[in-house]
Design a protein around this ligand. Structure first.
Ligand code: ADP
Ligand code: MG
Length: 263
């Protein structure tokens, strides 16, 4: 029996590390022995690219949602790691879905049974708070907000938190905000001050993801950070973040019970 926990990663700002986090947390969970499905819910298909998926003629999330299929198409990327790819055409549903009375629940309906085949379903999202994100938040059990530790990113956070609170009161009462993750942290005073401010205002994961070019290089080479540069701060941080995530969920790793790396 699998855990079947669905986690949406959101922020209406782009470039903050959502896709990177889904990719690396997914890889880390697989290393710990879990079966993971990554759902690319963004027409920009960055997560699809990062996982090295280049098949043009296979079905994607677009086909499944547009045609109201019973299941998402799922492809095995490596042992225990699965991907539902996206494609640019998916963008066309942004206007179409809201005209359907059940358009905000398409992903929830389709994932309801399928999620039980996996320990974790991680949903990457576009940088909006539109219909794709509401679909993800209705489908999800948990939500994580990814935010850069820059002052401009900090300003918009309340909008996302408010949306989640609103959904919790109505359409998805069991939705739980696991916390915010600070990415691209550094010792620049302005970043440190912003990070401190965000930590004072919100419930933030203790582990931040330090700024490192290794994560960008790994993405460009379509590799996860643990294969590309296991000694990098990116590998250390994402491993620690995944441990923290599991702890919050009260789930023990199945294998590779490595101690969290000390900073
Ligand atoms: N901790 C980090 N340090 C340095 N670069 C990062 C870090 N996290 C993400 N990036 C880079 O920042 C860019 C945006 O990240 P991405 O995950 O695509 O953001 P989003 O999905 O929120 O738009 C990418 O080029 C990515 O490689
Ligand atoms: Mg992205």
């Amino acid at each position: 029996m699998k855990h079947g926990i669905t986690i949406a990663f959101v922020n209406h700002k782009g470039g903050v590390g959502k896709t990177t986090s889904v990719h690396q947390i997914g890889a880390s969970l697989v290393q710990k022995g879990f079966k993971v499905l990554l759902v690319d819910n963004d027409p920009q298909a960055n997560l699809t690219f990062m996982n090295g998926w280049n098949e043009e003629n296979e079905t994607t999330i677009y086909d499944a949602i547009a045609e109201g299929n019973e299941n998402l198409p799922v492809y095995e990327i490596s042992e225990n790691l699965f991907l539902t790819p996206s494609e640019l055409d998916y963008a066309s549903l942004e206007l179409q879905l809201p005209t359907d009375p059940l358009g905000h629940f398409a992903l929830r309906t389709i994932l309801e049974n399928q999620k039980k085949e996996y320990d974790f379903v991680l949903i990457d999202n576009p940088p909006t708070l539109g219909v794709f994100v509401s679909n993800a938040l209705f489908a999800a059990d948990k939500v994580v907000i990814i935010t850069e530790s820059s002052s401009l990113s900090a300003k918009g956070l309340q909008v996302v938190v408010d949306l989640i609170q609103k959904l919790k009161k109505g359409a998805n009462k069991s939705l739980e905000l696991l916390g915010l993750v600070l990415t691209k942290t550094s010792n620049y005073v302005v970043r440190r001050d912003t990070a401190d401010w965000i930590r004072e205002q919100y419930d933030v994961f203790e582990t931040g993801i330090r700024q490192t070019v290794s994560l960008e290089e790994a993405a460009a080479l379509q590799q996860n950070i643990f294969d590309y540069n296991p000694k990098s701060s990116g590998a250390e941080d994402y491993q620690n973040l995944t441990n923290e995530l599991l702890k919050k969920l009260n789930i023990k790793p199945i294998k590779g019970k490595k101690k969290a790396v000390k900073k």
